[in-house]
Design a binder for this molecule. Structure first.
Ligand SMILES: [Mg+2]
Length: 253
């Protein structure tokens, strides 16, 4: 079936991890927007997309209208508003205030019970990211070497902590994040979730989407998209993606 929308993972697909896209990729994406709707989906926040992709595109409003930005795996969705030249949030599926309060209380109580709650930290221990609450044992700005030390010392406690918190929040997902962190989200938030949201929002079929990502093997963060039956192209780095985009530009009618 003819594709209407090309969806891309961000890190290691469109750009080097956490870096802006290259000039070459920027030019190609602008040309791709002439022919297709384009979506970028990743676990990061909107600000990350802005820095890595949006600010690097020299595109007019007609093309920007065709760009679909899905931060935090599609729990948020942004489109360009040509009237005021801003990116408008179409929806945000955040945790509710009562869910957040409950999460924060449980995190603090369990950490104190286990003796891992610290009063002296580098920034806040608990951060509200809207659709995710993150607990960082040493604070959000702790230096990496301190984090590694902590992670080694409290290896067991961290696992027990996650399990205890998970037990108290059975309707949410509680995952070990970085070396000192635990992340709490709604259950089942991954890139397939984001793709389904996009299908619903744009009223297109999954057969009309082509997805390009670097982690499509089992266990990878792009794998759920493949499992839901969307056509996928696996790449290893942005240079490979640029060849895929070139082929799409030149082969489309
Ligand atoms: Mg990736």
């Amino acid at each position: 079936m003819t594709k209407k929308l090309i969806a891309f993972d961000l890190d290691d697909t469109l750009a080097i991890t956490k870096s802006p896209i290259s000039d070459r990729m920027g030019e190609l994406l602008v040309r791709l927007l002439e022919k297709y709707e384009v979506c970028v989906i990743s676990g990061g926040k909107f600000e990350q997309f802005k820095m890595q992709v949006i600010d690097r595109l020299e595109a007019n409003h007609l093309r920007l209208r065709k760009l679909h930005i899905m931060p935090t795996c599609g729990t948020r969705y942004f489109r360009y508003n040509e009237i005021d030249g801003k990116w408008d949030m179409q929806y945000a599926e955040d945790l509710t205030e009562s869910q957040k309060k409950k999460i924060v209380d449980i995190l603090e109580n369990e950490a104190k019970t286990l003796g891992i709650w610290r009063d002296e930290t580098w920034g806040d221990i608990i951060e509200d990211r809207g659709s995710q609450i993150t607990y960082s044992a040493l604070g959000q700005q702790a230096p990496p070497e301190e984090k590694y030390k902590w992670a080694k010392k409290f290896l067991e406690e961290k696992k027990v902590f996650r399990a205890k918190v998970a037990e108290k929040l059975p309707d949410l997902e509680v995952r070990l994040g970085g070396s000192t962190s635990v992340d709490i989200t709604k259950i089942g938030i991954d890139k397939a979730y984001g793709m389904q949201k996009l299908i619903d929002e744009l009223d297109i079929s999954k057969e009309e989407i082509l997805f390009v990502g670097d982690k499509l093997e089992e266990g990878g963060n792009d794998y759920p998209v493949k499992v839901m039956g969307i056509d996928c192209i696996a790449v290893d780095k942005w240079e490979e993606t640029s060849l895929v985009v070139e082929a799409l530009i030149f082969s489309s009618p």
